[in-house]
Each structure stands twice: as C-alpha cells, then as structure tokens.
Design a protein around this ligand. Structure first.
Ligand SMILES: [Zn+2]
Length: 136
C-alpha cells in the first residue's frame, strides 16, 4: 500500500517530498527530542531545498492543529466507545495521547505541510548516475 510516489509515503516516512529517496530529518526517530526539528538543508539525492522560504515550517502549525484533532478524536473513540470508559477517563486519554504523540504530530504536520508545496517527481527519484547516463 505504501509505495514511493504517493504523497502518503512521504508524509508517513518523512522522506524528501520530491524524490522520496531519503529522510528530510537528521534523526528519523521523532522521539529523539533534541533533534525533533533538525532537518537537512537540502535533499542530497535530488537537491530539493526543504525550507522553501525563511520560517517556512511555521505554517505547519496550522496543520498540526488538524492532526492533533484527528489524534484526539481517535483517542476519544477508542477509550469512550470501544473501552466504554467514563467521559472523565476519555478526557484524560485525549490529553495523554496528545502529549505522548506530540513529536509524531509535529513531524506529520511538517511532512503534510511540505507536501502541499512540493510534488513527487519521478525523474528526481532516479539516481544521478541514471540521469547522467540518459543525457548521453
Ligand atoms: Zn530528494
């Protein structure tokens, strides 16, 4: 289901939105909190600059609002409807989920945000060697 070339792949793996060949992040684990926001300047595979303009990723905060709500709704449905907890417990589950998944939510939001602006380009995905070969 998760194939290179779909936006979902880039969003879920945090890979370069243009070539999907490598991670945008210096540390792919979002729970390495000190490196949560550390991103490569450019994709070493296709050369795409991730920070399209200064403070580009501030915009991802709008996305994180929506992503956070999605996580909150999921936590509510699981605890209140599936586990039949009280409303109070469901509320605690929501808060707990948002705290625990915060690094994931932040990363997902950035990935979604950059995928609004940069499209997958299959020619960028080819290795440099292949491209040089084709130009001859
Ligand atoms: Zn790339």
């Amino acid at each position: 289901m998760l194939k290179k070339g779909s936006k979902l792949y880039s969003i879920l793996t945090g890979s370069c939105p243009k070539c999907h060949e490598e991670s945008m992040y210096k540390n792919t684990n979002p729970y390495a909190l000190s490196q949560l926001f550390k991103m490569h300047e450019r994709c070493s595979h296709c050369g795409t600059k991730y920070k399209i303009e200064p403070s580009f990723f501030y915009g991802s905060m709008y996305v994180s609002y929506g992503v956070g709500i999605a996580f909150a709704v999921a936590a509510f449905v699981i605890s209140y409807l599936f586990l039949a907890t009280s409303l109070k417990t469901a509320f605690i589950a929501i808060v707990g989920t948002l705290v625990v998944f915060m690094p994931v939510i932040i990363r997902l939001s950035r990935n979604i945000w950059i995928n609004f602006f940069i499209k997958y380009d299959s020619s960028a995905a080819k290795s440099k060697a292949v491209l040089e070969h084709e130009m001859k």
